[in-house]
Design a protein around this ligand. Structure first.
Ligand code: NDP
Ligand code: GDR
Length: 330
């Protein structure tokens, strides 16, 4: 039996999930490589600080040859394709770029992995970061692996393409390719454009007297929110199975944006948040995803996975992290 360390290559290494996944894989003894784009990526320093043992390769999901070089130079056993234009609201304004990166980028990765794997198509295991946004105008409650996909944004449509292409490469070439249909997952590392972090940061700033108003979009939408640190474990578990597959990863609880505001403001002792929050049409989306709630029975039974952090723990963790950061002047 080989005693070599397992090796993983991650696209989207500078993102929320890329950082948690890299930390987890390093702790498991992996050699970890990451693809980073741009000639002077502003998030490179963050990666080098948080996960200094990760080896970085220049590459872009829209540039097939750069991905092939990253695979050749890293020789991975496992590839996690987390890179994407991931902000749903932005995807209407930049539908072409979103499609190029979030849809065709998956095809580029699959093709690069297939070529790298050579005669044994399952030699390099592949994870695709699919999304509950694929359910969009949800046709079933809760949503599982069999639920009809009805995406509501250019982002959602792109993720559906990546999901089906992953299945197609598994079925056509016998690749060990898995699609993780992950519901919203958050953390103190979440980008500030997403609603949980926007709220946690604003609530912390309001508490400290540094901000006086929070301008929001649709407060009625409901999401199934989990903790990113729990969700990267599910990604890894998928690639440890004998065969690739599709798995919904979710908590099975849904909460509205109003409930998010309740928990966050309550945590800092503000019970009536209505005097701080204003709605503005500019934050409304051309088509909304009203209700997401996942049924992750398959992941719980096959992978033995379940989330550890509750919604309340997640929101208070994020508010506390933002309070600490603002107090420290970050
Ligand atoms: P982030 O937005 O935090 O990270 C996105 C990553 O993609 C960044 O590292 C970014 O790099 C990279 N990227 C963007 N464009 C390109 C490109 N052209 N080539 C290579 N890399 C690129 O997302 P998350 O970490 O939250 O999510 C990870 C993945 O999981 C994404 O695919 C997302 O769509 C998907 N997903 C996320 C969920 C969530 O709730 N977080 C739920 C379901 C799916 P750069 O620094 O260069 O911009
Ligand atoms: P989402 O996350 O679109 O679900 O995609 P986001 O946090 O952006 O929005 C969640 C819900 O909150 C409503 N909302 C607002 N959203 C933002 N960003 N800003 C606001 O001011 C605001 N007010 C209300 C939105 O309308 C929406 O209903 C995330 C991303 O990480 C995707 O990449 C991922 O695939 C999915 O989660 C699962």
């Amino acid at each position: 039996m080989s005693t070599a360390r397992p090796t993983a290559l991650i696209t989207g290494i500078t993102g929320q999930d890329g950082l948690y996944l890299a930390e987890m894989l390093l702790a498991k003894g992996y050699e970890v490589h990451g693809v980073i784009r741009g000639q002077n990526n502003p998030r490179r320093a963050l990666v080098e600080t948080l996960v200094p043992d990760v080896r970085l390769h220049n590459g872009d999901l829209t540039d097939l040859s750069s991905l092939m070089r990253a695979l050749r130079d890293s020789q991975p056993d496992e590839v996690y394709n987390l890179g994407a234009v991931s902000f749903v609201a932005y995807s209407w304004e930049n539908a072409f770029i979103t499609s190029d990166v979030t849809a065709i980028g998956v095809l580029n990765m699959l093709e690069a992995v297939r070529l790298q794997a050579g005669d044994d198509p399952s030699a390099v295991r592949f994870y695709q970061a699919s999304s509950s946004e694929m359910f969009g105008k949800a046709q079933q409650v809760p949503q599982n692996e069999q639920t009809l996909l009805w995406p509501r944004s250019p982002y959602g449509v792109s993720k559906v393409y990546g999901h089906h292409m992953t299945i197609n490469y598994r079925e056509s070439y016998g690749m060990h390719a898995s699609s993780g249909i992950l519901f919203n997952h958050e953390s103190p590392r979440r980008g500030e454009e997403f609603v949980t972090r926007k709220v946690s940061k604003a609530v912390a700033a309001i508490k400290l007297g540094q901000q006086h108003e929070l301008v929001m979009g649709n407060l009625d939408a409901r999401r199934d929110w989990g903790f990113a640190g729990d969700y990267v474990e599910a990604m890894w578990l998928m690639l440890q199975q004998p065969e690739g597959g599709d798995y919904v990863i979710s908590t099975g609880e849904t909460h509205s944006i109003e409930e998010l505001l309740d928990v966050a403001f309550n945590h800092v002792g503000i019970t009536d948040w209505s005097r701080y929050v204003r709605q503005d049409p500019s934050f409304m989306r051309p088509a909304e995803v009203d209700l997401l709630i996942g049924d992750s029975t398959k992941a719980r039974e096959v992978l033995g996975w379940k989330p550890k952090i509750t919604f309340e723990e997640l929101v208070t963790m994020m508010v506390d992290a933002d309070l600490a950061a603002l107090k420290a002047g970050w």
